[in-house]
Design a protein around this ligand. Structure first.
Ligand code: GLN
Length: 454
């Protein structure tokens, strides 16, 4: 009954692509059995969560919100989802997202956009974007339909939607969570992470999701700390860096005010505030929008109408026509745009001018952060340059959409852990997020600074 009520509440949000009540109920049954047998319960025993539809789930349709994968039922379970089931969690369903995780508003999904559960309080009644690409995850947590959901973050897709709907979300250090069985977008950037109501829930869920996996060559072979047990909201003895280059042109007043409020909270918690410089920040977006499409164009070559999901023109005269027809019908416009950009920047004549150059910029950005860590322990910035925008407001202008990632992309390029935590409301009553960025593998420092804000 509770499940049916939750599903009914979720309908107008369009957050689920597939519902799996039996999976969540089986996890609940296991709790009863374990209790009856006097066993100790695992960390997420019986917790019903939402699963972004980018994680392969055994026997359950997995689409990446793309027509090309409609009907695809993997015969394997992603490492991250398996770890969550091992920790006792159950799945309410597969959640909507931007197609192949490409987007910042959830409007590129083949299954229609997700609607944010929030509304402006100043009379503007237009439905709002939940952020993206993990828009379904953001909506079910903010809408109190699930206590937690998985997200993935390539350039901000956990943090920006978390900020838009007033919840918390952390992208761990690149390599913390296995990418095995997660549909690839840009392999050198993709990281899974939790989205939940508060910092503690994120810590519990991240602990369950993390850990070395021999099936992912970039998985980090390091122990998973007990982040929940290590939570501590005191910032005494910690230095919080404020990167001056994040004060971008035309930054709305309320974002600046939010940032100042965050700084005040950090001081209250005992932190010392230091100004730092990340000089290559303004090259991060252009570098990201070369590297991510380049890797995507390579990763998406596997969707050929033979191995997965949809096939168009089954009676085609030749293989080439079948490939072309399948890909033309199967991929959405934004995905095609990325494939075109990616193949262009990787082509023989332009490789050095674009891809090599962007890779060099990426190294400089990582170096900026390394220098900053000589002066501070964590960095504090806004998560996004605006509150949630209306659905449709930016969908015709890809550049305006890309600009929304300005604060989240640099730490992605550097592979660093970064978290968004609610920081207050704007004039229209919409949530705004503050971002904490930490040193590689210092998720504890990031979680603790976020806790000081919460
Ligand atoms: N909005 C960014 C993009 O479209 C980031 C997406 C993501 O992190 N998956 O590429």
């Amino acid at each position: 009954e509770a499940f049916n009520a939750a599903v009914a509440a979720a309908k107008p949000l369009n957050a689920f692509i597939v519902e799996t009540p039996e999976h969540a109920l089986a996890a609940a049954d296991k709790v009863d059995q374990a209790r009856a047998a006097g066993e100790t319960l695992p960390s997420m025993a019986g917790v019903p969560i939402g699963m972004k539809d980018l994680f392969c789930t055994n026997g359950v349709q997995t689409t990446a919100a793309s027509h090309i994968l409609e009907g695809f039922k993997p015969e394997y379970e992603s490492t991250v989802s398996q770890k969550l089931w091992d920790a006792g969690a159950g799945m309410l369903g597969k959640l909507n997202l931007d197609q192949f995780a490409m987007g910042s508003s959830n409007e590129t999904s083949y299954f229609g956009n997700v609607v944010s559960p929030w509304r402006r309080n100043d009379g503007g009644n237009a439905p709002l974007a939940p952020g993206g690409s993990s828009g379904g995850s953001a909506a079910v947590v903010a809408g109190r339909i699930a206590p937690g959901a998985t997200g993935t973050d390539t350039g901000g897709s956990i943090r920006q939607p978390a900020a838009f709907v007033g919840i918390s979300g952390i992208k761990p250090t690149y390599g913390r969570c296995s990418r095995w069985g997660t549909i690839a977008f840009a392999s050198s950037l993709d990281q899974a992470g939790p989205m939940a109501r508060d910092v503690r829930d994120c810590a519990i869920m991240l602990e369950a999701m993390s850990g070395f996996d021999a099936k992912d060559a970039t998985s980090l072979d390091v122990p998973v700390p007990q982040w929940e047990a290590g939570l501590n909201a005191s910032m005494a003895g910690k230095r919080v860096g404020i990167p001056r280059e994040y004060r971008v042109d035309n930054m709305p007043e309320e974002i600046e005010a939010l940032w100042q409020q965050g700084i005040a909270w950090m001081k209250d918690a005992g932190a010392e505030i230091v100004e730092v410089s990340l000089p290559h920040t303004r090259y991060a977006l252009p570098a990201y929008y070369i590297i991510a499409p380049a890797e995507a164009s390579s990763n998406l070559a596997r969707y050929d109408g033979v191995r997965y999901g949809q096939r168009d023109l089954p009676e085609a005269a030749n293989l080439q026509d079948m490939y072309a027809a399948t890909r033309a019908a199967g991929f959405g416009d934004e995905v095609k745009r990325r494939i075109l950009i990616g193949t262009y920047v990787l082509s023989a004549g332009f490789y050095d001018a674009y891809f090599t150059q962007a890779s060099k910029v990426r190294a400089l950005i990582a170096q900026d952060f390394e220098r900053a860590w000589e002066r501070c322990d964590v960095l504090l910035t806004p998560t996004a340059p605006s509150a949630a925008f209306a659905l449709g407001e930016k969908s015709a202008d890809p550049l305006a959409m890309y600009l929304n990632d300005v604060f989240t992309v640099p730490s992605s390029l550097a592979g660093l852990p970064a978290m968004s935590v609610p920081g207050g409301l704007d004039k229209a009553g919409l949530p705004l997020g503050l971002q904490v960025i930490g040193r590689a593998l210092d998720e504890q420092g990031v979680l603790n600074a976020a806790l000081a804000i919460e």
